[in-house]
Design a protein around this ligand. Sequence first.
Ligand SMILES: [Zn+2]
Length: 569
Amino acid sequence: MAYEICGASQADILVPQSAATARNLGGSMSVARFLTAAAMAGLMVSVAPAALAQSYPAAKIAGLKAQAVSGVDARAKLAQQMNDQIFSYGELAFQEVETSKYITDVLEKNGFTIQRGVAGLPTGWTATWTHGKGGPVIVLGSDIDGIPKASQKPGVPWHDPLVEGAPGHGEGHNSGQALNVVAALAVKDIMQKENISGTLMLWPGVAEELLGGKAYMVRDGVFKGADAAIFTHVGSTLGTTWGATSGTGLVSVEYTFKGAAAHSAGAPWRGRSALDAVELMNMGWNMRREHLRPEQRSHYVIVDGGDQPNVVPSTASVWYYFREQTFEGISKSYEIGNTIAEAAAKMTDTSVERRVLGTAAPRHFNRPLAEAAKANIDKVGLPKWTPEEQTFAKAVQKNLGSKEKGLAVELDKLSPPVEKPESGGSDDIGDISWTLPTITIVYPSNIPDLPGHHWSNAISMATPIAHKGVVAGSKVVAMTMLDVLTRPELRTQAKDYFTKVQTKDQKYVPMIAANDKPPIEINTDIMAKYRPEMSKYYYDAERYPTYLDQLGIKWPPTELTPPKGGRAD
Ligand SMILES: [Zn+2]
């Protein structure tokens, strides 16, 4: 499908937000890009504050939403292509080079202004498009990175890597940008046709798996002045939430110990083992964790354990995630970790340094925005799954030892936040959620009850299951964008909830320092090792209707049980 080209004049694109609403999209650098002489004149024009503006009549909004639904349906092919293309890249955190290039190309060809390398992230960007003056600013984000060792052929219901040992989309982060781009293009058409003022800004969750992108974007002012953030994340249903969510926030930190090398057998008394310090730190933490709240989650990997046994390791590193449910809890765990690291260094006569590699605030989502989105979710509903898709999903569940319940067929209710949220994973959308009114919309591109961060979570992600989920999610996002654009009272309510409820007693606590830099070198070695082989499988959308076609995988598949010797673990 040809790219859609923006019909707006250059002038439209260059007009900045009004001074009255004091926009500062993308930080001072990106604002500077917009400040042409003509645009400067625009700054002098006073615009009625959004709160005083009139909401569009309900019937009119319903008509616009119907247009948005058709606009998304008309772009189902683009959604499939983008989803499959990004799936085929399977790039790890901080190395989303092809992915970011591809998405920004699509957006640039559609009239968006791209700023690359935002917040010190080589694969970070913003894509901005404005119509009219003084309208609201909506920021749309979704993560883009993959999972180590999760390479998997889509549509094959057992472990069958495309490239053995290579990364892949074992979470489904290949789908969210396809969803957002399609929603944004559908809404952009409507804004032009109906002359609705506003700014749309798309951005990627870089290195989400390492919680390594969004806090830096927040710190560097990328979202300053925006009215609403709509974040999309793959799931196995269509839904949203408000308030404090289940899960955790975290700090990700690497401790590097330094000792002294020596011949391990010839002169061990001359060495001081950095690996001993790592082991003692881990022992200390594993004992201490019994005396922490059960809701904490913490894990580590030894990044450097020395080179070979006959050399006393002079350096060793261990990488921890300390997760808790509150800002206070996270920093408490982090402090305990630091104390144990220092104690381990003391015991071994080594030294220790630490480096923060990522952070995520606990998430808190905006109630009025979630309620608006939920009304749209109920209108759109879950995709109509075919019997073959259900059979396939059940086969995957069976092969993975999950309950064979198939794909979701019933929507969840929008419940108030639970009093005692469960523990679990983190997402650095948390940092954005404490910066401006934010919601996450999950969409049903994946199969329920899979392990997560696992090759099996990639199985559906370039099949019609994922494509249908993306289209359904895209409709919800487009409709919710229209709510934000045409209902000033919703923007006021969202802002009121943010200031008077969410942040009344708890403010955002950034966990990165002003001079912390994102650890952009991570995963360069893994990608250098696997990219040459992976690149042979990049999707060629000009030659093949779908990625399944390119791989020669029959859909729906008839083989549902792993062949003898096939792996399902
Ligand atoms: Zn994710």
